[in-house]
Design a protein around this ligand. Structure first.
Ligand SMILES: [Zn+2]
Length: 66
């Protein structure tokens, strides 16, 4: 993930639709994206029923293009 230039994950709660970007710079870069799903929970409702995907919009080149 990190070699793609993405340093954050987009997290979406499947229960309340709360969404957030979480910076993962402080985590080891080799962790697979899905391993974060077990560590994180929704900050709104506390649900662990969340989906994760790389926050592509935080990628630097991508942001400079838009
Ligand atoms: Zn939630």
């Amino acid at each position: 993930m990190r070699e793609n230039g993405v340093r954050a994950l987009s997290i979406a709660c499947l229960d309340c639709s709360h969404a957030a970007d979480v910076n993962v710079d402080s985590y080891p870069g080799h962790l697979p994206v899905q391993s974060f799903a077990r560590r994180m929970k929704c900050s709104e409702c506390g649900s662990r029923n969340i989906s994760l995907m790389p926050a592509w919009h935080t990628k630097r080149e991508y942001a400079s293009r838009t």
